[in-house]
Design a protein around this ligand. Structure first.
Ligand SMILES: *Cc1c(COP(=O)(O)O)cnc(C)c1O
Length: 376
């Protein structure tokens, strides 16, 4: 039987009675928009992240956009974000009317390099065209970024910190859960994320009472205190009640699934050959393991061999954002983000999900070992 890259069927088989009952309950009460499951989910997620406010929204991308809008980030503002990320991080900045300023990443953690952030803030000030306004660290592949240093740099430079935790909800930095590491955190419930629903979904987390009120209003077309009072320009950014219901069922096993993902990652790291660079398993930083991503020198040969062995892989991401057609006009050419550019040529993600069998992990490691030997 083929090994799936992400397996949502095994999870559904396990949770079927619970998920089906939750869906049936929504069909019975019929409150498809902002039904009781939405508030129930928000309370549970806020508790998990040990934070005051959770605002469930329509996607991770909308979570980023609504957070930027709530803080008034827009025209003339520079928003710093890593060049090695998914397009949504940069897209939200432009859709808010602001300008993305790319920052290079660290070659081992894949996350924003705080030293380069400092350099790009200084360079932006020197040019003087844009006002440094916000920073969006991305917890790539599930591993929390270096919030200790980034928050300190942001405080010094008076920047708003918005965490893109689309891949890391469930992770931790020391004792502090993702969701409590930045002023505002955006996450995603896209089906393949560590906590996924059966469609699009996301959430925003913060301790800031005032911003939370504004974000709730923006989510509902900018609604004021009364139903047809329009206090500001907003978006249609609600999470469907059905998706909230599905997430509530999945939350019952989420902690266990995260442990299992960590076990899968550790087994990979213990058995993969020395010729591949494995992701760090640093103590005190718990990844949600959205992806298990290795670095290799001869990627094309390895890809061909793994494909022949029936092992699915994926490349997150083949191109850095500063060289994408949509963003290239920002002015950063090839060579401006050397680490991100090198990573795009070296990274390879292996199958990762909580139901991956031990024998399958071993088979994948064996296949990588023989492919690496052949390529050497
Ligand atoms: C998935 C993802 C998003 C967007 O989430 P959606 O729910 O798909 O809109 C944003 N940033 C990163 C890093 C992601 O991986």
């Amino acid at each position: 039987m083929a090994i799936p890259f992400v397996d949502l069927h095994q999870q559904y088989a396990r949770l079927k009675p619970l998920i089906d009952a939750r869906i049936q309950a929504v069909l019975d009460h019929g409150m498809y928009i902002m039904g009781p499951e939405v508030g129930e989910l928000e309370a549970k997620l806020a508790e998990l992240a040990r934070i005051k406010h959770c605002i469930a929204v329509s996607s991770g991308t909308d979570a980023l956009l609504i957070a930027l809008m709530s803080e008034g980030v827009g025209r003339g503002d520079a928003v710093f974000l890593p060049a090695f990320t998914f397009t949504a991080t940069a897209e939200a900045v432009l859709n808010a009317g602001a300008t993305p300023v790319f920052v290079d990443v660290d070659s081992s953690s894949f996350n924003m390099d705080p030293d380069d952030l400092e350099r790009r803030i200084a360079a932006t000030r020197t040019v003087g065209r844009l006002r440094p306004r916000a920073v969006i660290p991305v917890d790539l592949f599930g591993r929390p970024a270096d919030y200790g240093r980034i928050n300190a740099i942001a405080e010094e430079a008076d920047l708003f910190v918005l965490a893109d935790a689309a891949q890391s909800f469930g992770g931790r930095l020391g004792e502090r859960p993702v969701g409590s590491l930045a002023h505002v955190t955006a996450t995603s419930f896209f089906p393949a994320k560590p906590l996924g629903c059966y469609g699009d979904g996301g959430a925003i987390l913060t301790d800031d009472d005032e911003l939370a009120d504004i974000m709730r209003s923006i989510r509902l077309h900018g609604q004021g205190r009364q139903k047809y009072e329009v206090a500001r320009v907003g978006v249609n950014g609600r999470l469907d009640t059905l998706q909230a219901a599905i997430l509530l069922a999945k939350l019952t096993v989420f902690a266990e699934e995260l442990e299992r993902r960590d076990e899968v990652a550790r087994r990979y790291s213990a058995q993969l050959p020395d010729a591949v660079t494995t992701p760090p398993l640093a103590a005190g930083r718990v990844s949600a393991w959205a992806h298990y991503t290795i670095q290799v020198t001869n990627r094309e040969a390895l890809l061909t061999d793994l494909k022949a062995a029936g092992i699915p892989t994926a490349i997150y991401y083949p191109h850095p954002m500063h060289l994408q057609a949509a963003y290239v006009a920002r002015g950063d050419g090839p060579g401006s983000m050397p680490v991100s550019e090198a990573l795009c040529a070296r990274v390879l993600s292996l199958p990762m999900h909580p139901y991956l069998a031990l024998e399958d992990i071993d088979d994948i490691c064996d296949a990588v070992s023989s492919a690496v030997r052949r390529a050497a």
